[in-house]
Design a protein around this ligand. Structure first.
Ligand SMILES: CC/C=C\CC(=O)SCCNC(=O)CCNC(=O)[C@H](O)C(C)(C)COP(=O)(O)OP(=O)(O)OC[C@H]1O[C@@H](n2cnc3c(N)ncnc32)[C@H](O)[C@@H]1OP(=O)(O)O
Length: 719
């Protein structure tokens, strides 16, 4: 709703009230229409201020309404009525003015922002465009290039940048509503002819075609199949080339195609999923709202390899006091230099002072004695980690949380090495740890709710999207990755090439296909794991055991490349070739193709034609099937947790919503049917056998993803 009052004798004050972000729900739009009418009709009111309650102007249209029949007054005529008013209307912007909220402000004649406010048109991130006149008013106000930048990226700008761009007229450090009222008094009675943005001519850069072609090319390249950024460019082009009314028509037309698209549904699902994972729960019943985190003032990192360095940087950037420990002297010196460089570059980018003094370095594990929380980030070797956890348990002050940055190893086993297993959790960061947004917080069977709550809160402080997951081999992300990688190898055996598999996945929307990623991260990483699992021994690569291991189909292709010293980018050769070790540009490698042919001939395999559809179905459906197992096992609390992990940690295209959402869009019955089909064709691949939960969901009529938790709960209660 919107509340109306008259202040300072002649200013009509309209306050948007819809906690927590004053989204423009039908009730709020009704409220605005009614209160604006009232303010304009009251003779004593000479000017109007619009603000939001609780320090936030407006978070935009109410995204939850998009899934229902939109009722209530539409935004476009409402904003037009404000712009057409014959009394000055001032927007008092505190907190955020985003999406429809900023469009409302652009309909006002003046905008005054608090210095801490953030403004933006983030509709593109929801698969939409700013269709309440945003694509037509913003370029008229700040010019085409700047408007294109804001609208196609959806980035939020600070009040200072908004002032510099001309989005706002004034920035204040004081009470924004008071400043706006004062301003409204000062402009009462003045002509508004020059204040209605829709009447401005749109500045036309001389190189208009080149500008739009360039932006369109850039957007298409980075959008990886997302349609909203393209529509945003088209809408701004309409502003630059058509009169306002026709531009508005074009904006409406483009929005209509986006609004009902699967991509918009996927992106809006992601928006809510990202927030839902913060409301974590554990099978024990412990929950986010009943588990109190303990404050962390001092944190420590053990092991300063690539991961440890990134974690130390991310911790220091939060303002914590950090102890970084590395027992090998040479590595310690190198790490110190590297961490300082990373902090300096990060600080320069963000325009702040580097937190160099926040970190102290030591070669002795005793240095972590008074830390509140320690993150072990040494090499992925259980014996080494066991030793460190035993030492930490002896060295640390009582109550210190002990966290492991393992990507797959058993958190319960590590906890069992300590005196207080309830203080142990996994904190699985993704490389580079100071950049990647995802953090899997892994609770073991004995982890206390407080330990989980503390790790989750620390993750949030570090700017991570943290997801609480249960303990199993590979947790959620890497556990699902295993069958996906395995399918990619099998496809090569059956006739595909790395190029074909990667192209299918990249056209689906992944930034990089599976083989290019493997070359980037190093083939030796998986090789080491397979060796540890007793799967990849050189003598197994020939004869009967070559393609059947531990009773199931196995492909030794990755092991064979490693035996040749082909570890990927770092050695200049992997699934592709590079111009030099460390080279980044992947080129097709004739050697690899001959190697695959020889391999097939050696094993009596006849190459067949494999199309992109088969690549997608096999790689993605086995990954999804494993996701259902993870839900069935209670390792993830809901499909949103899995989807957030894949979108933020594994390059799953956000406009596809995550693997579980994607399955719901494809149709669960179809996923089940294809898995059954492939399992029949490949009975020696257990990952293809459809999960019981998937069958259950199909049998219960494939409910929408928001209702899967009910089916899972029922399933668990019957076990
Ligand atoms: C004709 C079409 C015209 C216009 C189209 C639009 O306007 S589309 C909407 C554009 N607006 C946005 O994309 C802004 C989305 N919101 C945010 O970015 C942040 O919420 C915000 C406003 C910066 C506040 O961040 P904060 O971290 O303080 O809170 P949080 O994100 O956790 O949100 C709190 C709860 O509010 C819910 N919420 C936020 N924005 C909206 C919204 N626009 N509509 C509906 N609900 C919204 C959010 O989901 C949180 O609730 P929860 O129950 O936890 O999910």
């Amino acid at each position: 709703m919107a509340q109306y009052s008259c202040v300072s004798g002649s200013v009509g004050l309209i306050t948007l009230k819809n906690p927590p972000v004053n989204a423009l729900s039908a009730a709020v739009r009704h409220g605005i229409v009614d209160t604006v009418k009232r303010a304009l009709s009251e003779p004593k009111v000479k000017s109007v201020v619009i603000c939001g309650q609780n320090g936030i102007f407006c978070g935009g249209a109410d995204i939850r309404e998009f899934a229902s029949d939109m009722s209530g007054p539409p935004l476009v005529p409402m904003i037009h009525a404000i712009e057409a008013a014959n009394k000055p209307v001032v927007a008092a912007i505190e907190g955020s003015a985003l999406g429809g909220g900023l469009e409302l402000a652009l309909g006002c004649h003046y905008r005054i922002a608090h210095s801490k406010a953030k403004l933006g048109l983030p509709e593109v991130t929801l698969g939409l465009l700013p269709a309440a006149g945003g694509t037509q008013r913003l370029p008229r106000l700040i010019g085409v290039p700047a408007a294109l930048n804001l609208i196609t990226t959806g980035r939020h700008v600070t009040a200072a940048e908004a002032l510099q761009l001309g989005v706002v007229d004034q920035v204040t450090d004081q009470n924004t509503v008071d400043a706006a009222v004062k301003f409204a008094l000062s402009v009462a009675g003045q002509s508004l002819d020059a204040r209605r943005i829709s009447t401005y001519p749109c500045p036309r850069p001389s190189d208009l075609d080149a500008l739009f072609d360039g932006v369109m090319q850039k957007v298409r390249q980075s959008a990886r199949g997302a349609i909203a950024p393209v529509a945003c460019v088209q809408a701004v082009r309409a502003a630059a080339t058509l009169p306002y009314t026709q531009g508005m028509e074009r904006e409406k037309e483009l929005m209509a195609t986006l609004f009902t698209s699967g991509q918009a549904r996927a992106l809006q699902y992601c928006f809510f999923a990202q927030r839902a994972v913060g409301r974590w729960s554990m099978p024990s019943g412990a929950r986010w709202d009943t588990s109190k985190p303990r404050p962390v003032h001092k944190a420590a990192v053990i092991g300063l390899g690539t991961m440890g360095r990134g974690i130390a940087v991310a911790l220091a950037q939060t303002g914590l006091s950090v102890v970084a420990v590395e027992t090998q002297e040479k590595q310690l010196m190198e790490a110190k230099q590297a961490v300082s460089g990373m902090l300096e570059r990060g600080a320069k980018r963000r325009g702040v002072a580097p937190a160099l003094d926040g970190i102290s370095y030591s070669g002795n594990i005793q240095a972590v004695a008074d830390a509140d929380l320690v993150i072990e980030a040494v090499f992925e070797d259980m014996t080494l980690k066991e030793k460190i956890f035993q030492q930490l348990s002896a060295v640390c002050k009582p109550g210190t949380f002990l966290c492991t940055n393992t990507s797959a190893l058993d958190v319960d086993h590590l906890a069992s090495q300590t005196r207080n297993p309830e203080l142990v959790v996994g904190m699985h960061f993704f490389a580079p740890a100071h950049v990647m947004k995802l953090l899997e917080v892994v609770y073991g069977t004995r982890s206390s709710p407080q330990a989980v709550a503390t790790a989750m809160q620390l993750g949030k402080k570090m700017g991570k999207v943290s997801v609480a997951v249960g303990n199993c081999r590979g947790f959620v992300g890497n556990r699902m990755l295993k069958p996906y990688l395995e399918q990619a190898f099998f496809l090569l055996e059956e006739g595909a090439t790395p190029e074909l598999v990667d192209r299918a996945l990249e056209e689906f929307g992944f930034a990089m296909g599976v083989f290019r990623v493997s070359d980037l991260s190093g083939l030796d990483v998986g090789w080491k794991v397979r060796k540890g699992d007793g799967l990849a021994e050189p003598e197994m690569a020939t004869g009967q055991s070559a393609r059947i291991r531990q009773g199931r189909r196995y492909s030794p292709l990755g092991d064979l490349l490693c035996e040749q010293g082909r570890y990927g980018q770092k050695t200049g050769q992997g699934w592709y070739q590079y111009d030099k070790p460390g080279g980044r540009v992947a080129r097709s490698d004739p050697w690899l193709h001959s190697f695959l042919e020889e391999y097939r001939a050696r094993h009596g395999l006849v190459a067949r034609r494999i199309d992109q559809q088969e690549v997608l179905e096999r790689c993605l459906y086995v990954l999804i099937n494993e996701g259902f197992h993870i839900l069935e096992d209670g390792i993830a609390a809901g499909p949103e947790d899995i989807d957030v992990i894949y979108v933020f940690g594994y390059g799953w295209p956000r406009h596809r919503g995550g693997p579980m959402f994607y399955a719901s869009m494809v149709g669960l019955a179809k996923v089940l049917e294809r898995l059954e089909h492939y399992h029949q064709a490949h009975p020696d691949v257990p990952y293809m056998q459809p999960c019981n939960l998937l069958r259950r969901l199909v049998a219960s009529g494939s409910p929408p993803i928001q209702r899967w938790r009910e089916v899972i709960k029922k399933l668990h209660s019957q076990l």
